[in-house]
Design a protein around this ligand. Structure first.
Ligand code: C2E
Ligand code: CA
Ligand code: CA
Ligand code: CA
Length: 280
């Protein structure tokens, strides 16, 4: 009815208003409006080698704490950053900050983990990515093997020729490459075979019900077998229970990541976590 229509319009305007306000806040945060205060930080989630239980990597995950909106979910603000192009300066910051903190880990004797950085489609296609990464690695005296880039399956599938050429150049530098959210897109296997990638990250949506949903179990089994036959390492995301861990271990999944081991944590906590792992 008429009133309902008005109600929904008002609600939609409210949502649009909030979206616009969030975009403004994000723009200000990216441009560093308050000197000496950064609203962004990185959290890190450990990646565990299935066979040994050792921490072999960390994934850097961006956090935004805004005075108006509080802690905003990356799903939400990264979508806005991508729509507005703010992902380019923000993504540059993520690369620099990850390299800075990776250097700090090395200086503390905790440098035997590789740190993974999420790269969005726009960043991957922007022609300064290689220079930027080279510069950040050189600045913090890191080697290309110290980091890894995660590109989602859907990003990798856009513009296949451009993607292939960029990934080839990154791989030639010696940088490890992972396909993120694997299984959620529609990769052609023929195409995948040509990408210079090292790892597939099995999407969390297949892991959650792996023990109870026969389809999910079949997808995980087939993906792990396929990946291995292409010479790739398999990483499972979103491992929350021991049962999921055991199931994935039986399938031969190489690396596990999820709340079972640890939630993403602030840098200071990750230092303590890695120190505790070394003693254990
Ligand atoms: P993603 O790359 O697939 O990252 C995994 C997400 O799953 C993270 O959410 C992580 O906190 C969450 N997660 C990890 N283990 C578990 C688990 O056991 N259970 C559950 N329920 N969740 C788990 P987060 O940190 O909220 O990030 C969401 C997405 O935002 C990421 O998905 C990634 O696509 C994007 N993102 C985060 N940081 C960055 C960044 O620096 N750059 C770009 N381009 N995207 C980022
Ligand atoms: Ca990721
Ligand atoms: Ca995912
Ligand atoms: Ca994702």
């Amino acid at each position: 009815g008429r009133n309902n229509h008005q109600f929904y319009t008002a609600r939609m305007n409210e949502a649009a208003g909030e979206r616009l306000q969030m975009e403004n806040e994000l723009r200000q945060a990216v441009s560093g409006i308050t000197p000496g205060h950064c609203e962004f930080s990185l959290h890190f989630q450990p990646q565990i080698q299935t066979a040994t239980g050792k921490v072999i990597g960390l994934e850097a995950l961006l956090r935004w704490d805004n005075p108006t909106f509080g802690r905003v979910s990356p799903m939400r603000f990264i979508a806005i950053a991508e729509e507005t192009g703010l992902i380019l300066p923000l993504g540059d910051w993520v690369i620099w900050e990850t390299c800075r903190l990776t250097r700090s880990l090395k200086d503390q004797g905790l440098g035997d983990v590789r740190v993974a950085i999420n790269i969005s489609a726009q960043q991957l296609r922007h022609d300064n990515l290689l220079l930027l990464i080279r510069g950040a690695l050189a600045c913090y005296d890191l080697s290309p093997q110290d980091i890894e880039l995660e590109v989602t399956e859907s990003t990798a599938m856009q513009n296949p020729e451009v993607t292939l050429s960029i990934l080839d150049q990154l791989a030639a530098m010696g940088i490890m490459l992972a396909i993120d959210d694997f299984g959620t897109g529609y990769s052609s296997l023929a195409y995948l075979k040509h990408l210079p990638i090292n790892r597939l990250k099995l999407d969390r949506s297949f892991v959650t019900d792996i023990e109870t949903d026969a389809n999910d179990a079949a997808i995980c089994t087939a993906t792990i077998a396929l990946g291995h036959s292409l010479g790739l390492e398999l990483v499972a995301e979103g491992v929350e229970t021991e049962e999921q861990r055991d199931f994935l271990a039986r399938l031969g999944c190489d690396v596990l990541q999820g709340y079972l081991y640890s939630k993403p944590m602030p840098f200071a906590d990750v230092v303590a976590y890695l120190q505790a792992q070394r003693i254990a």
